[in-house]
Write a protein that binds this ligand. Structure first.
Ligand SMILES: [Cu+2]
Length: 409
């Protein structure tokens, strides 16, 4: 059958072949050398002989090393091929290395700092870096692959047992390099699905759901007409639908209607459209449906969790939240205190608030709060909601005056 070759075994096999050959050579050469020292000692063998044109000897010393090197190459090549041949249908996870953490993103947009994978499933890691060169090192799965900014590399593995396995960075990338740690959590299929679906608010991205279920190939999300009506501003509108027996009636789009339109689309067909929408009953869970309907009614404003946003983007590997110094100023007590910013040539002192925060995030070079050994990366892909959520979180870390006075005493 087409059972994929698990690279772990192939890599180990190549290692043992080379190790075995090396051991044989070590003992073989040492023993022969000792034997020669004894046998041809000048007392026992005073007259050196001249050896010339010994074809037999030449054949052996050319052939034997060649065969050994070819064997090593052969098994190394098999291991290399196993490492590079990703089985079809492998689960895709995008891996981004940045100072100083790893971020794993799943096809539905869910992001995590820990690599959760289901057991017995091949996983393809698409690896890149946001800043400098890192190297994704997962010893248990014999993976060590550089993460290079601007370049995509890949690796794959297939976990065969449950457990937790270390992830490290094996390319020195800065002052917190040694703490660029994470784990692979191999869990059962059921646990994995549960984890994947139990999204936090920030990750329950309705738009991602519409895209992943293919809704957007027929429905636009921006009001334009596709082969189905746009899902934007649908809620609350009145329109004519046709029942299966051909009668027409006017309905107002409410939650119940939306639910039926997705779970049982052929019960009421919107006039002017073909009855081509498939039923999603049994495919879309109640929770996902709630998110989709929430998007259409505008009820779920997706409010991201500021702390989670920071964790997922590595802010907390440089900035602590408890006043301690990792490699940058702590977030504790930052809100409301004066920070020194440069404006062109001049230095200004500003009270830290949401506006200052946004400014710093977009132009980290304006902060000069001391001599730090690392540089704050530039982040330009945050949504305004995410920035607001982070600001909200910073606000919760403000130190009020009483507390500050107590600390000063
Ligand atoms: Cu690194």
């Amino acid at each position: 059958m087409n059972q994929p070759i698990n690279p772990v075994q192939q890599v180990d096999f190549a290692f043992y072949v080379i190790f075995g050959i090396s051991i044989v050579l070590l003992f073989g050469i040492t023993l022969i050398a000792l034997f020669m020292v004894y046998r041809y000692h000048h007392e026992r063998h005073p007259k050196p002989e001249k050896l010339k044109d010994n074809v037999w000897l030449e054949v052996v010393w050319i052939l034997l090393p060649s065969l050994l090197v070819m064997a090593m190459f052969y098994y190394g090549w098999i291991g290399f091929k196993a490492l590079r041949s990703v089985p079809e249908g492998a689960m895709q996870v995008d891996v981004v290395g940045r100072m100083f953490d790893w971020s794993f993103e799943y096809p539905d947009g869910k992001r995590s700092n820990v690599l959760y994978v289901p057991v017995d499933t091949p996983v393809r890691l698409n690896i890149t870096s946001d800043d400098v060169i890192h190297s994704l090192y997962i010893p248990a799965f014999r993976i060590k692959m550089d993460a290079v900014p601007g370049m995509d590399t890949y690796a794959w593995f297939q976990p065969t047992e449950l457990g937790s396995f270390d992830i490290l960075c094996s390319e020195y990338c800065g002052i917190q390099h040694a703490n660029m740690l994470s784990t692979v959590e191999v869990v059962s299929r059921a646990d994995f699905d549960e984890w994947l679906n139990s999204s936090t608010k920030a990750q329950q991205n309705a738009v991602a759901l519409f895209e992943n279920y293919g809704c957007t190939s027929c429905h636009s999300l921006d009001g334009s007409r596709g082969s189905g009506p746009s899902l934007l501003n649908l809620y609350g509108t009145k329109h004519v639908v046709v029942t299966p027996d051909g009668t027409e009636k006017t309905i107002v789009v409410d939650k119940q209607y939306l639910r039926e339109a997705i779970y049982d689309p052929n019960k009421l067909i919107t006039k002017g459209y073909p009855a081509v929408m498939p039923s999603y009953k049994g495919q879309i869970s109640e929770e996902e449906l709630a998110v989709m309907i929430g998007w259409m009614t505008g009820e779920i404003e997706e409010k991201p969790d500021g702390k989670a946003v920071m964790e997922n983007n590595g802010c907390l590997s440089c900035h602590s939240t408890d006043g301690s110094i990792i490699v940058a100023p702590s977030f504790k007590g930052l809100w409301g205190r004066d920070v020194v910013l440069t404006q062109g040539e001049t230095k200004v002192s500003k009270k830290f608030d949401a506006k200052v925060f946004e400014n710093i995030l977009r132009h980290p070079e304006i902060v000069k709060e001391g001599d730090w050994n690392v540089m704050m990366p530039v982040y330009d892909s945050f949504t305004p909601e995410e920035i607001e959520a982070m600001a909200e979180y910073l606000k919760t870390l403000a130190v009020d005056e009483e507390e500050q006075n107590r600390e000063n005493q």
